[in-house]
Design a protein around this ligand. Structure first.
Ligand code: NAD
Length: 359
């Protein structure tokens, strides 16, 4: 009951603020041309997202940016690439002006495992970088901004089996703290300034094309490379560790679907739970073994086990299904079959990969 009243209040309050943004008319965000900036475009999600956005809107309409040259050559081949540190607000504004940007996908971040190694850096990039993007959006009246969140917003006090959309958010990692703060800050800019900011709580993302960037779910990618290249893997979480995961095609689809959604249907904006699949490390190993029978997986949990144990095993994504019709396409079996097929093709060719861990 209290929640329904709050929801009604949010809708009324937000409705009264729509007039603040000239691009939001009568509760509908008008579709203007898309001139897009992707920050952190060299990362695991950014590099694949950028290429999909370029397919959709044209290469020149999507500016990829990162703090260093990307490892994916296609990012520079298919459209503009700029070095942009999101901590440099002046450069961010200059890029928005130079390319007449109206939409930002803010993918630059420090992920969970790297964040625990350098909490101050995680706070700086994830909070000051986000603030710079939000301020640029406000100053330039940007059309729409995407700011990803994470299942890392949850903590040990969140129900583990099916984390609700509205629940206790008391994370134990600095990464989680920055993501909760980020969600609240984005929502504040929606309510206070009438900006159109949207975001998803991504689960662990698994990709056949790009390596993960320093998170706790990296094992679910590393295991495939090791199984194909060496026939064995030492996993850094226990076999019974269950976490929410998503295959990259679903991650990109969720991102694009949310950004395409009719604004007037959204009662949430920056914090959607979104589910793909959930499985334990040993279920993943068993699924791989169906296709690589000689594969052996051993387990040597490290500091990332504690992070994994603080996250829920599944998330309740009814809000995403109801407000913008979210449906994933990949389950464990389909994802595993596709990963192994793609990696066998890629590793048989010229593909290289940095060693890393994930988000
Ligand atoms: P990633 O680590 O692979 O990529 C992040 C990119 O940001 C890197 O290319 C890095 O060079 C760049 N970057 C770091 N500091 C920067 C700075 N100061 N200025 C500009 N760029 C900078 O991360 P990802 O997996 O692609 O994640 C993208 C977003 O999705 C992040 O917000 C992350 O928190 C979120 N997320 C990812 C996962 C996952 O499993 N990959 C899960 C949940 C949430």
């Amino acid at each position: 009951m209290i929640h329904l009243q709050y929801d009604l209040f949010r809708r009324l309050w937000f409705g009264s603020l729509l007039a603040y943004n000239p691009r939001i008319k009568g509760g509908m965000v008008t579709q203007t041309t898309q001139r897009i900036l992707v920050t952190g475009a060299g990362g695991q999600i950014g590099s694949e997202l950028t290429l999909v956005l370029r397919d959709r809107y044209g290469g020149d309409a999507v500016v990829a940016s990162d703090i260093h040259e990307p490892m994916t050559p296609a990012l520079q081949r298919t459209g503009p690439f700029e070095i942009v540190d999101v901590l440099d607000a002046e450069r961010l504004h200059a890029m928005i002006d130079q390319y007449k940007i109206d939409t930002v996908y803010h993918m630059a971040a420090i992920l969970s495992a790297t964040g625990e190694e350098n909490p101050q850096l995680a706070w700086k990039v994830n909070i000051h970088g986000l603030t710079n993007v939000l301020e640029a959006a406000r100053a330039r009246a940007l059309h729409r901004v995407f700011c990803p969140s994470s299942i890392a917003v949850f903590g040990p006090e969140t129900p583990r089996d099916l984390a609700p959309q509205e629940t206790v958010l008391r994370p134990t990692t600095v990464y989680g703290v920055t993501k909760v703060t980020g969600e609240l800050l984005c929502e504040y800019y929606v309510n206070r300034y009438g900006l159109d900011i949207r975001g998803l709580r991504y689960p662990g993302i698994i990709s056949s094309e790009t390596p993960p960037g320093g998170g706790t779910t990296d094992y679910a990618v590393d295991i495939f490379y090791q199984a194909i290249e060496h026939g064995s893997y030492t996993c850094f979480v226990r076999p019974d560790t269950v976490l929410p995961m998503m295959y990259m095609p679903d991650c990109i689809k969720a991102t694009v679907d949310l950004m395409d959604a009719d604004f007037s249907r959204l009662s949430h904006h920056c914090d959607f739970n979104v589910a793909g699949m959930s499985f334990s490390a040993e279920e993943l190993a068993a699924e791989i073994r169906k296709r690589i029978p000689e594969f052996e997986c051993t387990y040597a949990p490290d500091f990332r086990q504690t992070i994994a144990d603080s996250w829920p095993q599944r998330v309740d994504d009814r809000a995403a299904r109801e407000e913008w019709d979210w449906t994933p396409a990949y389950d464990l079996e389909r994802m595993t079959a596709h990963m192994i097929e793609r990696l066998r093709q890629r590793l048989g060719s010229t593909a290289t990969r940095s060693s890393s861990s994930a988000g």
